[in-house]
Design a protein around this ligand. Structure first.
Ligand code: LLP
Length: 416
């Protein structure tokens, strides 16, 4: 997996620290991120796009911990947000608003207002109605809003249907046929400033060819707009690069993406924006959990751990595969379902998985959990959310404390 998670003899390490040393102090379940792994990914992206003017906007939704955001901010990246909450976090982490792009089909008036006031680089507008509303809110604030139209290129990214966003039948973006109309409308609005064009076709994309189709269609539109006197500054091609979840996976690299898209974008001379989330942080994080019980039910063997679908939702929602490693290697293996404590059959991490023959009290690490792990977690079954730890070389810091029972009810009021 990531070279920052490796076995030294029989112990799983994160950078220079044995994972077991961390979890003995922090308790479980716990998310552990490697700062060096994140930096390595940032550098891969920077290196791949260095010869073309590109702004890398990290997709905050993948992992929005403020310390994680700060790493991206300090390394010069921009931010891709989808809510007022992410704008708030982004500004707290010190991002320059001129490096923030904002997508989403359902932005509220309040959210639009906050982002106009912040002066963000681009609203990636997803409907004609949003254009009207954005214009009138900008007018009421006496400001101009920067807009790009999110087009829906009708491209199949060949990934899980729940994370395919660029198909015509999906709720995202404006269809190609209507995009020209949207730009014409936008160009007439006094309080809108057209800056770019946006598309995002999906996530966990394992083959870069769908990007070519999407970017070609986008570029075609850029030229049509130019003919009409509508000039843009940037093309934003979204995120979506896949990562390694199975040992045999070989996802495309940032270099592969750059080689595919830059030659096409170059024809326009426009700046490029990319919005990677998962590929910047996914492999840099693990979820560590302790074995609570072992249980045999005839043919089936169950390993019950103290993390649940409230901590990591991906297996339950997308039937996603996550590799699972023992924190201390055991000699033999067994075939088992690795499940959580939640009262749902969907609360599983692995089915019929060959895994080290762990005992009660041992620790298991769910790999590639840095993206869409903690950020999708909940308090279901009144489970306090896990702690988050950031490791750098020989030291580690708690970047989010484990929630307490008081946290669970602190916003609730008892009606007498
Ligand atoms: N830009 C936009 C407009 C997006 O909607 C997304 C992700 C991204 C960028 C970042 O995509 P990435 O590089 O992370 O693939 N919860 C799902 C993934 C949902 C992705 C939603 N949009 C999962 O756990 O697989």
């Amino acid at each position: 997996f990531s070279r920052f998670f490796y076995f030294s003899r029989d112990s799983l390490m994160c950078e220079n620290i044995p994972v077991s040393d961390i979890v003995k102090k922090t308790g479980t379940p716990v998310y552990i991120y490697s700062k060096s792994a994140i930096l390595e990914k940032i550098n891969q992206y920077k290196e791949a796009f260095k010869d073309y003017p590109t702004l890398i906007c990290y997709a905050a939704k993948a992992n929005s911990n403020i310390s994680v955001l700060k790493i991206f901010q300090e390394n010069g990246l921009g931010l891709d947000i989808v809510s007022g909450g992410e704008l708030y976090r982004g500004l707290k982490a010190g991002f320059n608003p001129q490096k923030i792009v904002y997508a989403g089909v359902g932005k509220t008036d309040e959210e639009l207002k906050q982002a106009i006031e912040a002066g963000i680089l681009s609203f990636n507008v997803e409907s004609l109605m949003e254009l009207d509303v954005l214009d009138s809110i900008a007018e009421s604030l006496g400001k101009k809003a920067n807009v790009s139209i999110r087009i829906n290129p009708d491209v199949n990214p060949k990934t899980h249907p729940y994370i395919s966003t660029g198909l015509k039948k999906s709720k995202f973006g404006i269809d190609m046929e209507d995009a020209l109309k949207a730009y014409r409308t936008a160009s007439k609005k006094k309080n809108l400033n057209i800056v770019g064009i946006h598309c995002h076709i999906g996530s966990q994309i394992m083959d870069v060819s769908p990007y070519r189709e999407a970017v070609e269609k986008t570029v075609e539109l850029v030229f049509k707009l130019k003919k009409e006197g509508i000039n843009l500054s940037h093309i934003d091609i979204g995120g979506g690069l896949g990562i390694k979840y199975r040992p045999e996976d070989s996802p495309p690299s940032p270099q592969d993406l750059a080689e595919m898209v830059i030659p096409i974008v170059k024809e326009t001379g426009l700046k490029l924006i990319i919005e990677p989330g998962r590929s910047l942080i996914g492999e840099a994080g693990i979820l560590v959990s302790q074995v609570l019980f072992l249980k045999d039910k005839g043919e089936k063997h169950f390993i019950i751990i103290d993390a649940g679908m409230n901590d990591l939702l991906r297996p339950a929602v997308y039937n996603a595969y996550h590799h699972i490693l023992p924190v201390e290697k055991k000699g033999e293996t067994v075939t088992a379902d690795i499940v959580g404590p939640i009262c749902e059959t969907g609360d599983f991490f692995a089915v019929d998985r060959e895994i080290d023959n762990v005992s009660r009290g041992d620790y298991l690490a769910v790999m590639s959990a840095g993206a869409y792990g903690f950020s999708m977690s909940s308090n279901y079954n009144s489970r306090p959310r896990a702690a988050e730890i950031l490791v750098e070389k020989d030291s580690f810091h708690t970047v989010r404390k484990r929630e307490t029972y008081e946290d669970l009810i602190k916003l609730e009021e008892e009606v007498m």
